[in-house]
Ligand binder design. Sequence first.
Ligand code: FES
Ligand code: MG
Length: 597
Amino acid sequence: MTRKPPPAPIKLRSRAWFDNPANVDMTALYLERYLNFGLTLEELQSGKPIIGIAQTGSDLSPCNRHHLVLAERIREGIRTAGGIAIEFPVHPIQETGKRPTAGLDRNLAYLGLVEVLYGYPIDGVVLTTGCDKTTPACLMAAATVNIPAISLSVGPMLNGWFKGQRTGSGTIVWKARELLAAGELDYQGFIQLVSSSAPSTGFCNTMGTATTMNSLAEALGMSLPGSAAIPAPYRDRQEAAYRTGLRIVDMVREDLKPSDILTRDAFLNAIVVTSAIGGSTNAPIHLTALARHAGVELDLDDWQTQGLEVPLLVNLQPAGEYLGEDFYRAGGVPAVVRELMGQGLIREHAITANGRTLGDNCREAAIQDDKVIRPFAEPIKPRAGFMVLRGNLFDSAIMKLSVISSEFRQRYLSNPDDPDAMEGRAVVFDGPEDYHHRIDDPTLGIDETCILVMRGAGPVGYPGSAEVVNMRPPAYLLAKGLHALPCLGDGRQSGTSGSPSILNAAPEAAAMGVLALLHTGDRIRIDLRRRRVDLDVSEAVLEQRRAELANAGGYAFPESQTPWQELQRANVGQLDTGAVLEPAVKYQRIAQTMGIP
Ligand code: FES
Ligand code: MG
C-alpha cells in the first residue's frame, strides 16, 4: 500500500494538554502522569498525533476479545505513520452474556466513550468494533464528538460445522430449540450442537447484527474497504489492523472527520446494502440512532423507499446457506457494492475513511464465488428489504421480507382472494418470562390460526428492548410439523433469526401504545399489500380499555434493578427513532465547540 506524504501539520487538540505555554501549571500536571509509564517528553511534545485505541475486547466480551491481540498491530501502524497510540477500555457489551439485555448497554457505552473522546488529549481514534451493539455504540460516540475516527471490525468466527453441515451462530440455536422441544435432542446434545457454531475467536459467523453492522460501517465509509468480512483468525485481519493504524494518523493530518463521511448519501448507501446482504432487523434501529447523533435526516420511510425493492444477493444464514468465511472469500462488501453500483443504486461519490470515494474503492471489486454472492440479475430473492407497517395497533413496525419462507407464504399468504393478507387470533404474552411459562400450556388452545404477540419487550418495558419477538410455536404444534406462527411485538429480534416477525413496534406497550390494550382472543389483520396491521376492536372498546388500564396504574412492567436501568428508562426514545438517549441528541460535533487549541 503506497502512502501519500502527509499534508502540512495541523493544530492538534492534544497540544492544549501537552504543550500549552499559556497554561504552564496545567500542562505540567497533564504531562507528568502520562510520563510515568515510559512515554517521553519528546514524544508528547513532538507534535505527533495522539491516537486513541477504543478497546472493546475483554474476557467479558469474547466476540471482541481478539481486539486485545489486534491492538498490537494497530499500534505498530500508528507508530509507523508517526502517531502515538493510547489504548483505553470501552464499557464491555457481550450480546450473549448481558442481563437483562445487551441493548441496554449500547447507550451506556456510547455515553462513556463520548466522555473519554471529549475529555482526554485524543486527536483521532480507532474504534474496535464487533459484537452487535459495540459497532453502533462506537460510531455514535465518534459522530457526537466528531474527531477523526476509523472503525476496525474484529471479524467473524470461522465457519461452524456439525456432522458435515455448516452450523451458524445464533441461527443454529433457533433450530436446536425446536429439536429440543420436539424431543429429538437432549440437554447435552442441545449444548453440543449449539457450541459447534463457535469454533474460534470472533463474532457470529452468520449475517446477524454483528456482520450486518460491520458491513454497514464499511458501506458508510467508516472502515477500510474490504475489511469488514475478514474472519478474525485470518492473517489478513492482522494486516487490516496495521493498515487501520497507519491510516488514522493521516486522517488526523487531513482532518477527515465523521461529519465528512456520515452524510445522508452514505446512510442511503447503507440502507441499500442492508437489503442486498440480508441484514439484521436491528440495522434500522442502529442506523437511525447514528444518523440522529450525526445530525443527518433519516427515518423509517427511507428504509421503505430506498431499501424494500433491493434484492437479496448474499447467501448467508439466516436468509441463506453460507457463513462468514464464505462471504469473505466471495468478495465481501466491495463485491456487493460493485453489483449495486452496476444498477445505479449506490451514491458513488460518498467519501470514505481512506480518503477515496466508495465508488473508487469498489469499482474493481468482483464476485469470486457466485453461489455465495449472486449477481444482481440472478438474486436469491427479489424485494429483500424491510417493509414498514402501520395501522391502528402501532405507529410503525418492520418486517424483514428476505426471511419469509415458502412454507410460511404457502400457509399464511396464499389466500386466492387476498394473497398478501392474513387474519388471526391474538395470543398475548407480557414479556419473555410470561412466554416461557405459558407457551406449552395446552389450555391456551394455540393453533395455526393464531398470531403470537410479545409486548412489554420495548426499550422501556424490558430495559434496552429484548430480542424475543421470534417465538417458537408450542411443542405440540412443532411435533406436528408446524415450525412457525406469525409473531408480532414491541421488542426486537436477533439478527440471526429467520423468523418473519413484525417487530420493533412503536410505541411500545410500556409507553401506553395500543399494544397495551390488546387482549388474547382479539382478531388482528395483517395486510402486506397495504402495509397495514389492524386490530378488529372498535375505538369505543379501546377507549374503555384505556381508561380501565389507566385506573389500574397503566401497563405494568418489572421495576428497574440497577441505577442505569432507571436512568435509561427515563431518557430513552422508542425503537422507530433509534432508541437513543433523547437528551443526548442535541450534543453534536462537540470537539468543535470545545474552543481548543
Ligand atoms: Fe457477539 Fe453474535 S453474540 S456477535
Ligand atoms: Mg443479537
